[in-house]
Design a protein around this ligand. Structure first.
Ligand SMILES: *Cc1c(COP(=O)(O)O)cnc(C)c1O
Length: 316
């Protein structure tokens, strides 16, 4: 809204993400152009992105306007490649850091990569409050003023001077109070703890992954993940539903993030462009499984999950 993105504009969004990364594009009347992701990082594929921009410029009447990158499962997107592409084509970069808050690339923190970045404090995210909440980040004072106005019903000089159509996107004071306390633990304890837990999982799962043919998450050199999820890729032949119910019987909850490519969501039907065949996204939707995870997972729990996974896979 602050950038004036609207009808006739194309906004590029990864096909493998949570719905709202694309929903916001349609909410302002623009057209989401879904683009495939990288098989190892789950994040927007920079080569596919550039091809998709060329395609929209050549083959459609839409005007390329912005790119939404998603820091999926806590891992920052490929900003070293994607930022130059945005500069080359004059596109705004919106970092969807809902899952990425706390991650980094060479010490640069997630939610600082976009021209505007956003995060979510929904309880399932790396830094969760006890209800709904979120934040917007930008270095641009004009955009910041606009966003503050949009978030409070288009307020002008004061609450009852309304100068534009906005919405209610305020952060409740009670949630802010909770976040103030939790943010300290997030910085002092949880980010390091969750990275340690990821190492325990990697150690406990390495051999099983090799034997059973599943793929562990990969963090590229110089990157740090805030580990919103610990997501493995099962072998193609594995019956994921059956595996999930075996694990459930053993008291291990698992989730599928995400079962459906964005371009196949009914809400986008006739209202989006799907660039390419989305081979990777489709494969991921069939194969991913997120294991129970967080900063308070213990070494023993990681070992128990690994044992349960091996037993369940062998019993299928
Ligand atoms: C959770 C999530 C959102 C939306 O967060 P809300 O707080 O529900 O607005 C957006 N993008 C991604 C990738 C998410 O995981």
């Amino acid at each position: 809204m602050a950038w004036g993105v609207g009808p006739g504009d194309a906004v590029f969004v990864p096909d493998f993400t949570f719905f709202s990364s694309g929903e916001v594009v349609c909410a302002v009347g623009a057209t989401p152009v879904f683009v495939d992701v990288d098989e190892r990082t789950f994040n927007l594929d920079s080569e596919q992105l550039e091809q998709a921009i060329d395609f929209v410029e050549r083959e459609t009447d839409l005007v390329p306007k912005a790119v939404v990158t998603v820091d999926l499962f806590g891992l920052p997107a490929d900003y070293p490649k994607i930022k130059p592409i945005c500069e080359k084509y004059g596109l705004f970069l919106l970092e969807d850091g809902a899952q990425g808050f706390g991650g980094s690339i060479k010490g640069e923190m997630a939610c600082s990569f976009g021209d505007i970045s956003t995060t979510s404090f929904f309880p399932a995210k790396p830094l969760g409050c006890y209800g709904d909440g979120g934040a917007v980040f930008t270095d641009d004072d004009e955009w910041a003023d606009l966003i503050r106005s949009f978030a409070a019903h288009g307020k002008g000089s004061m609450k009852y001077d309304n100068i534009r159509i906005g919405m209610n996107s305020r952060l409740d004071a009670i949630q802010a109070a909770i976040l103030k306390v939790k943010f300290e633990s997030f910085v002092d304890v949880e980010l390091e703890a969750v990275d340690g837990a990821a190492r325990w999982y990697a150690d406990a799962l390495a051999l099983i992954a090799q034997d059973e043919g599943f793929v562990l998450p990969m963090i590229p050199e110089g990157y740090a993940s805030s580990w919103a999820q610990y997501t493995i890729q099962l072998p193609l032949a594995c019956n994921r539903d059956a595996l999930q119910s075996r694990l459930r019987e053993k008291g291990i909850p698992t989730m599928v993030y995400y079962p459906k490519p964005m371009h196949q969501q009914r809400a986008f039907e006739g209202d989006c462009i799907a660039f390419g065949d989305m081979a990777i996204t489709k494969k991921l939707c069939d194969r991913v499984l997120s294991l129970p995870f967080g900063p308070y997972v213990t070494h023993d729990e990681a070992a128990d999950v690994a044992d349960a996974l091996r037993e369940s896979l062998e019993s299928l």
